[in-house]
Design a protein around this ligand. Sequence first.
Ligand code: ZN
Length: 450
Amino acid sequence: MTGIALNKIQLLAAKVFLPFLLSLFSCLCIAQQNQVALVGGLLIDGTGAEPINNSIVLIRNDTIEAVGTIGRLSVPDDYQIVSTEGMTVMPGLWDPHVHLLYNGHPDFGHWFSTYTDQFASVTIPASARQFLMAGVTSVRDLAVNTNDIVSVRNRINNDEIDGPTIYAAGSALMPTDAPQTRSHILPVRDVQAAIDATQDLIDAGMDFVKILGAAPASQESMNAIVETAHAAGVRVTAHGREDEEIRVALRAGVDEIQHIGVGSPTYPQDLLDMVQARIDGGTPLYWNPTIGMILNTDELAADPEFLDDPKNFVGLPPEIEIDIRQAISNATFNVQPPTASDTIKRKLQSLSELGVIFTFGSDEGSFGHPASEATWRELETWVFEMGMDPLTAIKWATADSAAYLGVADKVGTISPGMLADVITVKGSPLRHFSTLREPVMVFKHGLRYK
Ligand SMILES: [Zn+2]
């Protein structure tokens, strides 16, 4: 079997049968190798560099071994040649704002009261699998019960189930006296509770701390969360649709704000002054706009065909699939005012002028946004509605996202020594961006899943 690339199924078979075979033939020395040459396609390496025609990418085990072109880089004899002619080869996509526990159901109250005990076993794994099949090889989950995400992440890392590499914030901390009502939100009633809850997240191996529902009354708890997280080298990201939430978060010194609210036409000057002071002080401020959720609602309401696409329900039992379908078709989409697009552009512009750094993310899982569609819908919104250059959009959703997560030296580009998270799509996304919606091949850590 030397030199034959193993896909997921073959590897599973190999894991089961190899020990058995070896026990029969003790001298049969089978190296369990994964050596693949992707040959012929256009290469977009994720760095923002110009694409390369007639590329060759050599994958050895979980790593990209070499990158070159036909005629300049030779393919060793024992590599399995996989033609990528007619395709683009690019890094697996990243989605650094997802909610794996949801699968697009519009009624959160119903979702939590009905399925909380199936999040770890059913709904999170379903989203994870849909992401991987959609070519998204890394995600950051922002608000999920910590134990649930640790369990699913371990199963993915142990190859028990399919899914992307998961970075997670675990349970979102909400500074409030109210009791806990949903498994993904942890109320913290005072400063000591805030410190303890933050430390618990760090001890559980969470990559970020997420804050929801900041209010002026909770400023001291907010400060304590940020201080505790920063002392451990963990960054803090805060929900911020409302101006007051953003002010409290900025005062506390969070690293990143989530969302662009469309309730007001501009950010007030005092808020922009705070942003300016923060950046002038030398500490970068990140912002995760998630605009597709807002700007795609009209289209989803007008054309609900996505509800009939089986790929949006992969991994879910029939009763949950029917529940989501019926709920969405009976629900009223929260249609946004026609000014929403201009408001978003205006707010993005004013933040950008102050030096805010935007991070990518789709807010997957929310109303009508299943994992198999959310990421490319968000990217399309940036390209087609915000006018972002496609090459920049790809860099943003690959290399830049890996850099933001602090792993740019390991993954996120197609370069020698990087983990082999690689997808291929038909044609070129630089000319036909929507080709990203249907990857032909998906490799994660060198193993082929699609
Ligand atoms: Zn979110």
